[in-house]
Design a protein around this ligand. Structure first.
Ligand code: HEM
Length: 242
């Protein structure tokens, strides 16, 4: 008979719970993100206005509920787990968690703000996805390089650094979900439902907001690939640190 021995100490179980919830949240979030990008965008284009008026509000309000709360669960559980990794590394190195933690939030929040400031559809070159892609890649690379530069004392582990960058992208993606996608989508859903029920005209601004959502959702879609690479690399592919 194979013996099953669950670890009995509290910390191991708590971390396992964080990790497990992190995966559950991540799968729900990215599953929906991939559904939006790979299935829903082309599908919605095929619908006529009346069908769209029926389908969009009901489908999107449900899907976006799971989408945005899964993003919160993933990021909170990831941060809790990362906080533990940072604390152990810092203790071993004779430091505190202050620099990795503070640099994480400052760098990646500023990166998000810069990306958001370039999101002005209709403004010439910035409306073009390839142009925005290049700008976003430069911003993410600069943020990653700065994070590595500020955290190179020698005691930072591969886990700390890989998640400091991959998790930073996750943080940016969550700010996109709440700060751009949901903010715009809740208006679009309301206008579409009003239009279907009462014939209220859809405001002109809807086109601008839809384009913002599209570009941001695509950016999150592409960012999820290096993010997942770095999540996997944290414990299984030593590439950072001294
Ligand atoms: C879309 C968002 C995210 C997804 C889908 C995701 C997914 C994953 C996956 C699949 C793993 C397992 C890696 C492995 O065991 O090989 C992982 C590990 C981890 N993630 Fe995330 N993650 C996301 C965002 C974040 C964020 C925002 C943070 C925190 C800043 C974070 C922190 C961590 C930590 C600490 C680990 C454990 C690393 C280790 O193995 O030592 N994640 N994540």
């Amino acid at each position: 008979m194979i013996e099953i021995n669950f670890p009995s100490d509290f910390n191991t179980n708590l971390l396992m719970l964080f990790r497990w919830l992190h995966f559950v949240g991540g799968i729900t979030w990215l599953g929906l993100l991939y559904f939006f990008n790979l299935v829903n965008v082309p599908f919605m284009k095929e619908l006529d206005a009346a069908t769209k008026g029926k389908v969009l509000p009901s489908l999107m309000s449900r899907a976006l509920w799971w989408f945005r709360w899964a993003s919160v669960l993933t990021v909170l559980m990831g941060l809790a787990y990362w906080g533990k990794i940072v604390a152990v590394d810092a203790r071993n190195g004779g430091f505190t968690s202050a620099v990795p933690m503070a640099s994480f939030f400052v760098i990646w929040t500023v990166a998000w703000a810069l990306m958001y400031s370039c999101l002005i559809p209709g403004e010439g070159a910035l409306d073009k996805a390839p142009v925005l892609t290049v700008i976003y890649i430069v911003i993410v690379l600069a943020a990653a390089a700065l994070f590595l530069r500020l955290n190179d004392h020698g005691w930072e582990s591969n886990e700390l650094l890989a998640i400091g960058i991959g998790g930073g992208m996750g943080w940016v993606m969550m700010l996109n979900v709440w700060g751009v996608i949901w903010r715009a989508q809740k208006k679009i859903i309301r206008w579409t439902a009003d239009n279907a029920a009462n014939g209220t005209p859809i405001p002109e601004n809807a086109k601008y907001l839809s384009r913002q959502v599209f570009l941001t959702s695509r950016a999150n879609f592409w960012m999820s690939f290096p993010l997942l690479f770095l999540m996997g690399a944290a414990s299984h592919y030593p590439m950072f640190g001294k």
